[in-house]
Design a protein around this ligand. Structure first.
Ligand SMILES: [Zn+2]
Length: 426
């Protein structure tokens, strides 16, 4: 009876509506287990996985078939660190003075589309401009524009002059003393207000910049830029509103302050020392390495004119270090989630991170789990997505060949399905 009702519903949608989507997959990596199942049919009806069967089931009259017999089907991928409202370029410093809200908003729609087509069906946006990531999230959720599910931080929270103070480098003639409303704090009261302001604006999560960063117009890329008390005030306030807290941190001291202050994830973690790793293991803090961003800034810094003069030495210092730190942290048993910092680097290139993770000693299957079921659990989405199982949403991606033999196939996604829509088909 239920089945008939669903079928009638699908037919009522009229032209182009399919009763079921049958994905014929040569291999299925489900995002949880170590076992790869071969020659399977994964059936999606009304956006949900309704069965997983051995062999390639023949379609009924109104079914749609996706032929992935030569490839591998995976859960939709997660990138836990992106910035969909921008893409860094040689012109970024001057663009900061030229771009209006509408320019940023329209760019972000393009970047969201590229991200989805690269196989990323969920992203955590860790810092935007003009609250555009929140508007973008709402438009995607409403089905107005294609894109990944977005967990949006909105404006990142910094201290005065710190990484994510939006007025760094400005001449005195511009008004340049932003406060908690604009994501700049000094002291615990400001910290609380900044979190509450993000709640008011519709953020899903909180991002702080606990140390200097590479691309800001400021001298130091590593120094601690918040007190432990400020970080703790952010975290305790965030808990009142059900927010998790992500901390950008490059230097060892800032990393430890953030972990002791109670944050849920350390982003970049470049100069993490053994004590920092031990603290993270004790407290269960996740590490989001963003190897792609480290690699990208280091490569661009080879051109002496690419970055502003104050940025280049930081890119040369931080870039090459992250991958070695990731290798140590992984060996030490720190919990890891896949994240790229894309926006630094081109949107749509997110999957390059897999190769860098595997190069650094992580088995391919574990890198895939860190981009599927592990972040799904972190975001309390594991009932919906992050794995291939009956009852989960049909958020699925296909790659040619076998990523366990050649991880670079993750960069050549041929099939993307989300919200019962096939965005890319082989
Ligand atoms: Zn970032």
């Amino acid at each position: 009876m239920l089945r008939l009702a669903a079928l009638a519903g699908a037919l009522l949608l009229g032209g182009g509506a399919h009763a079921a989507t049958l994905i014929h997959a040569g291999r299925v990596i489900d995002g949880v287990s170590d076992t790869v199942r071969t020659n399977q049919t994964v059936v999606v009806v009304d956006g949900k996985i309704t069965s997983i069967e051995s062999g390639f089931r023949a379609p009924a009259a109104n079914d749609r078939v996706i032929d992935l017999a030569q490839g591998t089907l995976l859960p939709g991928l997660f990138d836990m660190h992106v910035h969909l409202t921008g893409e860094y370029s040689k012109h970024s410093e001057i663009d900061d003075y030229k771009l209006n809200e509408a320019d940023v908003a329209i760019d972000s729609v393009v970047y969201a589309d590229r991200t989805l087509l690269a196989g990323f069906t969920t992203v955590r946006d860790l810092g935007d401009e003009f609250r555009a990531s929140i508007a973008l999230r709402n438009a995607i959720n409403a089905g107005k524009v294609p894109g990944p599910r977005i967990i949006a931080a909105g404006k990142a929270i910094a201290s005065t002059g710190g990484h994510a103070d939006p007025t760094n480098g400005w001449a005195r003639k511009f008004p340049a003393d932003p406060g908690p409303e604009d994501g700049v704090i000094n002291g615990v009261d400001d910290a609380r207000k900044a979190v509450r302001q993000r709640y008011k604006e519709g953020s899903d999560t909180i991002k702080i910049t606990a140390t200097g960063g590479v691309l800001s117009i400021a001298k130091n890329g590593l120094n601690p830029q918040m007190t432990e008390e400020e970080i703790r005030a952010v975290v305790t306030t965030a808990r009142d509103y059900g927010f998790k807290v992500a901390a950008h941190a490059h230097g060892a001291e800032g990393i430890k302050r953030a972990v002791r202050g109670g944050v849920d994830s350390i982003e970049h973690g470049t100069f993490m020392d053994d004590e920092g790793m031990k603290l993270m293991k004790e407290r269960g803090t996740f590490y989001v390495p963003t190897l792609s961003a480290g690699r990208w800034v280091y490569e661009q810094a080879q051109d002496p004119n690419f970055f502003p003069a104050i940025v280049r030495p930081k890119a040369l210092q931080v870039g090459p270090q992250i991958q070695a730190t990731f290798a140590r942290a992984y060996k030490a048993g720190v919990k890891i989630m896949f994240g790229t910092d894309t926006g630094v680097g081109k949107h749509g290139d997110n999957a390059r991170e897999f190769k860098l993770m595997v190069e650094s000693g992580m088995p391919a299957m574990e890198a895939i789990r860190d981009a599927t079921s592990v972040p799904a659990k972190f975001l309390d989405l594991e009932d919906k997505t992050g794995s291939i199982a009956v009852g989960k949403l049909g958020e699925l991606v296909g790659v040619p060949g076998d990523p366990l033999k050649d991880i670079s196939v993750m960069e050549r996604v041929v099939f993307v399905m989300k919200d019962n829509t096939v965005y890319k088909a082989p």
